[in-house]
Design a protein around this ligand. Structure first.
Ligand SMILES: C[S@@+](CC[C@H](N)C(=O)[O-])C[C@H]1O[C@@H](n2cnc3c(N)ncnc32)[C@H](O)[C@@H]1O
Length: 315
């Protein structure tokens, strides 16, 4: 079974590990995941690139060719380089040992040049060959150049909008697949709708503020996207519940945006009416939810600054 590696950003590491795990299990529920601090090794039927292209917090990723115990590579591992026009070598040192990284990268390059006609290119090579050191194991891997990090355009923004990576993270944690439909009942500028359509998930947005609906529509149009936007109260989500598979949303915080009532009461009402048998990812300002009694949900807390910690709940 192919093995892949993912070097994750160390900010919000628990979330990053859970995200990559959720994506790999969504496509192959028998995937095996092993985390060595911020390096995650996944055995799965799915190619590394399919997993990496959905993830928000992956810095570097690729295919593991085989585990290595020194700077020794066998013939098979060079097969992949034979058809490449250019290559680059990168050492990723996640261990507590010190290495002379430029020297090691040069030696790897020299060694590969003896077996392959590919030229060394540092900026944007066809193939990057990695040597990854950790305190537990070392790995040899490679990745092909891929240009699939499509970022949707946002022509209209608003101070209350959620960062696109956090939105993508919630879509991933909840395990929504291509072809499924998500509903965001507090859609604001349409971040959820934009991120969803970018990865092939259909989307329906609801917002009680006409101005926000207009902003969402303009942002969708700028990308040629077709998500539906409904001007109405979030409770409209109940009337259309047969149309979607999951809810991903960021509830009102009580500042920066218009809000139809007390944000704490909205949060309480929202949880009390959530449709059953749907995938749910909800973000809200932590202090608004302190009195909520919720069971069976995975909870994360994200510190932003001294007056804002966000909670994410996943079902
Ligand atoms: C925190 S913002 C959502 C931001 C959004 N995730 C984005 O990236 O733009 C909350 C949104 O909820 C909307 N809202 C407030 N009360 C509402 C209600 N009762 N029903 C539906 N939408 C409501 C506000 O207009 C605002 O756009």
């Amino acid at each position: 079974m192919p093995e892949s590696f993912f070097v994750l950003s160390k900010d919000n590491l628990e979330l990053a590990i859970d995200e990559i795990t959720a994506i790999s299990k969504m496509y192959d529920r028998f995937s095996k995941v092993k985390a060595l601090t911020n390096l995650v090794i996944i055995q799965s039927k799915i190619n590394w690139n399919e997993i990496a292209k959905r993830a928000s917090f992956v810095k570097v990723s690729g295919q593991i060719l085989r585990k290595m115990s020194g700077l020794f590579l066998d013939e098979d591992n060079f097969e992949v380089l034979k058809n490449a026009k250019s290559f680059g070598c990168r050492i990723i040192n996640l261990s507590s040992n010190q290495f002379n990284i430029p020297e090691l990268e040069n030696s790897m390059g020299d060694m590969i040049s003896k077996f392959s006609h590919a030229k060394v290119e540092l900026e944007d090579p066809d193939i990057t060959v990695y040597l990854i050191f950790t305190n537990q194991e070392n790995f040899f891997g490679f990745s092909k150049r891929s240009k699939n990090d499509h970022i949707p355009k946002k022509i209209k923004t608003h101070p209350h909008e959620l960062d696109r990576k956090m939105t993508r993270l919630m879509l991933n944690l909840v395990g929504l697949k291509e072809g499924e439909t998500v509903c965001d009942p507090f859609c604001g500028t349409g971040t959820t709708l934009l991120e969803a359509e970018t990865i092939g998930i259909h989307a329906i947005g609801i917002d009680f503020d006409k101005k926000m609906c207009e902003i969402s529509k303009q942002n969708l149009k700028a990308n040629g996207y077709k998500s539906e936007v409904i001007n109405g109260d979030f409770q409209e989500m109940l009337k259309i519940s047969e149309k979607y598979d999951g809810i991903v949303t960021d509830l009102p915080y009580g500042r920066a945006s218009k809000v139809s009532g007390n944000p704490e009461k909205i949060l309480k009402k929202f949880f009390s009416i959530l449709p059953k048998r749907k995938k749910i990812a909800v973000m809200y300002k932590k202090e608004l939810g302190v009195n909520l009694k919720l069971k069976g949900l995975k909870k994360y807390e994200i510190y932003r600054h001294k007056s804002l910690t966000r909670t994410i709940l996943i079902k």
